[in-house]
Structure formats: C-alpha cells, structure tokens
Design a protein around this ligand. Sequence first.
Ligand SMILES: [Zn+2]
Length: 159
Amino acid sequence: MNDEKCELPTRTNTIGLSMTPTLYRFRWKGRAGYEYTRCGADLLLNGLRADLEGEAKCPVCGTLTRLVIADGKIDGLDPGDAMIHVVEVPAGRGRIWIECEPTHIFDRRSCYEQWSLGYNGKKGLVATIRDYHDRLKEKRPSKQRLPEEKPKGGVSKRK
Ligand SMILES: [Zn+2]
C-alpha cells in the first residue's frame, strides 16, 4: 500500500474517501454521519469544496485535533497549533498528488518530532494546519472554484 496516492480531485464526491475507518474523519455540514478520509490533507482539501467538521487522531498520542471549515476558511481548530506533515508530489500541469501514508495531522509539534524519528520515507512539508490550509487555497486553480450558490430569492436573468 506504499504507493497509494490520492488524486486531486477524485471522481467521488469526497476527496480521499476511505471505506474503512482511519485516523481522519469528518462530516459535511448539515449531513448526518461521518466519512473517513485516507489522510490528514484530505480533510483540508474537502473543506475547500464545502463546509465540514473534521477530526484527526494523532498517530503518536491519539489526541484528537478538531477542525471546522466554513466558507473555505478555518473557523475552528483545537489545539490551535496542530501540525501537518504532507508529502506532495508534482503530477504535471499544476496538479499535485498527495502521498497518503506519510501525510498526518499531529496535535502538537513534539508528536511530529517523535513520529519523524521512526519515519524513513520521503521528507514532506511540515506546517501548521493554518499555514498549510492557506497554501492549498493559493494552489487551487481559479478554474476549479466552487460553484457559487444562487442568492436566495434572486431572479436569475437568462436571455
Ligand atoms: Zn500527539
């Protein structure tokens, strides 16, 4: 499973959807039931598409990092200094792949440091959740902007 990668975006509604429980779960705002994603970055990527509440379990100590994303912004983050380690692989034409296996969210830096001692894989990017989220927002090509909701009660003029 070492070569397992998430393509961005996948054809499914949920990026990186996992049918089996993982360390990362979330629910879309207004929808019942949790979905699992294959890595920590998927929580943030899905949050660029729609509002959600996510939970990431630290692979070292098991502490949950809770994350609320609304309007493409981080609306809640606990603990606030949670970290992410992400292995990004350029996939041409501005696309990126994320290697899921070593991409984790840690509740604190010391957990990342402890984990990295036993990790011999590809060195990834280490950032706070907020910084990485900002980075994803910048990367997202404007063409992939989310469909805008029609204003309520608005009259749509078409020809
Ligand atoms: Zn931890």
